[in-house]
Design a protein around this ligand. Structure first.
Ligand SMILES: Cc1cc2nc3c(=O)[nH]c(=O)nc-3n(C[C@H](O)[C@H](O)[C@H](O)COP(=O)(O)O)c2cc1C
Ligand code: SF4
Length: 727
């Protein structure tokens, strides 16, 4: 058998786990507004159980909605009325052989609700931009942050009771275990932290005092649920912050939890103050946190769970075989592909869609934005409709123009559903904007998704036409066309000679002579040493990271008041440190030879040989000596789309050719097209493709009484053209 250790059972307390794969808690913020379990909660967790995860720890569930919900629609367990819903949730996982637990969490200072009168261990103001999902950030507020008030002793004692009441409900609902969230700076973690806890009473100061609250909760749960009901604690082994917890205390806490009768320790890392270690953006390598489990295993006998950036079954197998851990924890990996375990079990490792740690879908576009869970590369995540995807009985001819992420995903899903897809790409390779990112230091994981989707297209035998920009006539032969032509850079209006302004796409030239994308090599665009990057968003952040890393002196100029405001916040946290020639916690990259300067609310008014004239928001002009100007301003590429519409071809537009955005939107829109296209090719007057119409309405629109049209004619009508009925 492949991966024998991964698929061997383990005893945890009196509970037998079928394998070593754990879903470490992930708040999917998909419950009802009152915290009741929703059908989405059930579909999501059932999917993970169906995929073969052995032990599923449901994410942050609050024991007291009144004083703390970590996300606006997290689960709640503060009343007996939640037991039936939780029971259905447990049942949905048991059905597929998984064991399951609920993680109880009081978010304390990091709560989304309530916004005011927020409870914490200590009185302070919290101002962390990536806590936007946990606080309110008004667009033009002078002060961004919220005040936290210190919990009174009476409140602490009440919370001990509320935690154990909630644990009792979890047990009553049929869950196999319960976990306490004492990591990442939330309430229990804040009390335990030498850095965050500034109390001077018996709940602050020494480790004994800091552990008093969590250990009181452990004790109270054991009294209400019995010692045989497995209780796990998740804590940050190292807080990766000056004055915070390090290894010695991390080990001592494990010893104390074992002595207190806990069934296992679930090791995590970091806090909101050490956002890199807490959220693992792309540059964090697989297994960077394994050392902690190996160390804890030497001092306790109870099972140890390690997690953080685990992606490959082979690596997980290796650390289990070497005895570095007892269980491997996956969070985002199971959002990106809940079928990771069963694919590994069947030896289909290549078909695993590895999480690229982009945080774009699961953090930026969902929890940070106070929405339900999503994933940038798995449009099915958080969308149960995908489980109902069916094969078509009447394939249609689909042309997809543009081989970027939107086009590739559309082609993949439409082909899986049985349609006949031709994918046109004017360049010599698929990937669109993604092909540049493998050049950006720290963003290499983007390549994982690119390779995965390209492999899928090859396996599906999609007709891929590279180096082919199709004409309107060619495309008119298809039943429907998907325009996924992406965006391109442009040079805004400016005085002076713009002919030498370099598009960022050319500046991101691969320094390697040849790679698997360019076997014959790629033409290098020679740039001077002082570069002005003009623009914003991912085009500017990625180009800056690439050029600074190869030693260029980079200045970014943007008209926006805040640079990279639409880029994922944790990646920006890392990048700002890199711009200042430093590094985020845990990482040890080679510093850029020069710091990267960013000028906001500034524009370029003239380009002269060897210099540019800049103007700031107060109309003050300065000159800056530069060798090259690179434009990172982008706009949708829509020339073909206009021609197709003009010619009456049925065409839909997705991805950056609608508006330049990010991978999440590209994949979501491409996937939705693949999901929705059917033989009827009906469009509503807004230009949206229709499917799932009520039977009678579908019949009324397509029945052969009155005028009858072919599918292609239907599409032409939808595009606003007059067509003669089919004979
Ligand atoms: C969307 C999201 C929600 C999360 N929710 C929780 C949670 O409820 N409780 C918790 O302990 N950790 C939570 N985490 C942290 C993860 O459990 C995990 O520690 C982290 O994502 C790193 O591991 P990974 O690389 O396997 O994702 C969450 C992470 C993400 C991205
Ligand atoms: S959005 Fe990105 S980080 Fe989150 S699960 Fe998906 S691939 Fe992973």
């Amino acid at each position: 058998m492949d991966f024998p250790h991964l698929f061997s059972p383990l005893r945890m307390g009196n509970l037998e786990l079928p394998n070593r794969i754990v879903h470490v808690p992930t708040d999917i913020s998909s419950s009802h507004a009152d915290g009741e379990v929703s059908e989405r909660d059930i579909a999501h967790h059932a999917d993970i159980a169906r995929g073969g995860t052995g032990f599923i720890i449901v994410g942050a569930t609050t024991p007291d909605m009144k004083t703390g919900r970590p996300t606006v629609t997290c689960l709640v367990a503060d009343g007996d009325n939640y037991i039936p819903g939780l029971a259905r949730l447990a049942e949905s996982m048991h059905r597929y052989g998984a064991r399951c637990a609920v993680q109880l969490q009081h978010p304390g200072r990091q709560c989304a609700i309530p916004r005011y009168n927020t409870l914490g261990a200590t009185d302070r103001v919290l101002k962390l931009p990536w806590s936007a999902g946990h606080e309110i950030v008004y667009e033009n507020a002078d002060e961004k942050g919220k005040e936290i008030r210190e919990a009174s002793i009476a409140e602490i004692l009440e919370l001990v009771d509320l935690f154990s009441e909630a644990a009792w409900r979890v047990k009553q609902a049929g869950f196999d275990a319960v976990e306490l969230h004492a990591a990442h700076g939330y309430l229990l973690s804040e009390f335990m932290s030498p850095f965050l806890n500034m109390r001077t009473d018996r709940f602050g100061g020494s480790l004994e005092n800091r552990m008093r609250f969590p250990l009181a909760v452990v004790d109270s749960i054991q009294k209400k649920c019995g010692h045989s009901f497995p209780l796990l604690v998740r804590y940050s082994f190292d807080e990766w912050c000056e004055g915070g917890r390090t290894t010695e205390e991390g080990l001592e806490i494990a010893r104390q939890l074992e002595r207190a009768g806990c069934a296992a320790v679930d090791l995590s890392m970091g806090m909101q103050e050490s956002a890199g270690a807490g959220f693992d953006p792309m540059p964090y390598p697989q297994g960077w946190a394994t050392y902690a489990a190996a160390a804890v295993k030497k001092v306790v006998g109870i099972p140890v769970i390690t997690s953080h950036s685990l992606r490959d079954p082979a690596y997980c197998e290796q650390i289990l075989a070497e005895g570095q851990t007892d269980l491997v924890g996956l969070a985002r990996q199971l959002l990106a592909d809940p079928y990771w375990p069963v694919k590994a079990r069947y030896g289909k490792v290549k078909s695993i869609r590895r999480c690229i740690s982009c945080l774009g879908g699961c953090w930026q576009e969902s929890l940070m934005a106070q929405k339900e869970i999503a994933c940038s590369i798995n449009a099915a995540c958080g969308n149960p409709a995908y489980a109902q995807m069916t094969r078509t009985t009447k394939p249609v001819q689909v042309a997809v123009v543009g081989g970027g992420p939107a086009g590739m995903e559309a082609a993949r899903i439409a082909t899986e559903r049985g349609h006949l897809v031709t994918l046109f790409e004017k360049a010599g390779e698929l990937g669109g904007a993604m092909k540049y990112v493998c050049l950006v230091p720290g963003k290499e994981k983007m390549r994982w998704y690119l390779d995965w989707v390209r492999d899928q297209l090859v396996e599906l035998n999609v007709d891929i036409r590279l180096n082919h920009a199709p004409t309107v006539e060619e495309l008119g032969e298809f039943d429907v066309v998907l325009n996924a032509t992406g965006a391109r850079s442009f040079v805004p209006e400016v005085a002076g000679d713009t002919s030498r302004v370099v598009p960022f796409e050319d500046a991101m030239a691969c320094p390697k002579i040849a790679c698997d994308c360019y076997p014959g090599g790629r033409k290098l665009r020679k740039l001077g040493s002082r570069i002005l990057l003009w623009g914003d968003s991912y085009a500017a952040t990625d180009t800056a990271a690439f050029l600074a890393n190869i030693g260029k002196e980079v200045t970014i100029v943007t008209e926006n008041p805040e640079f990279a405001a639409d880029c994922e916040v944790i990646h920006m946290y890392v990048l700002w440190k890199r711009f200042a020639q430093g590094d985020a916690e845990v990482l040890e990259s080679r510093p850029y030879p020069h710091p990267v300067r960013v000028l906001t609310s500034t524009t370029v008014v003239e380009i002269r040989p060897g210099e540019v004239v800049l103007q700031d928001k107060d109309f003050v002009r300065t000159t800056l000596a530069v060798d090259d100007v690179v434009t990172c301003h982008t706009r949708p590429e829509v020339a073909l789309l206009g021609q197709l519409r003009e010619a009456g071809v049925a065409v839909l537009n997705v991805g950056d050719s609608v508006r330049p955005r990010n991978l999440y939107h590209a994949v979501k829109e491409g996937s939705a097209f693949g999901h929705e296209v059917d033989e009827h090719l009906l469009f509503n007057p807004n230009g949206a493709i229709l499917n799932d119409l009520p039977l009678d309405v579908l019949a009324q629109l397509t029945r052969e009484t009155g005028p009858s049209y072919t599918a292609r004619q239907m599409a032409a009508i939808a595009a606003g053209h007059t067509e003669e009925p089919h004979a």
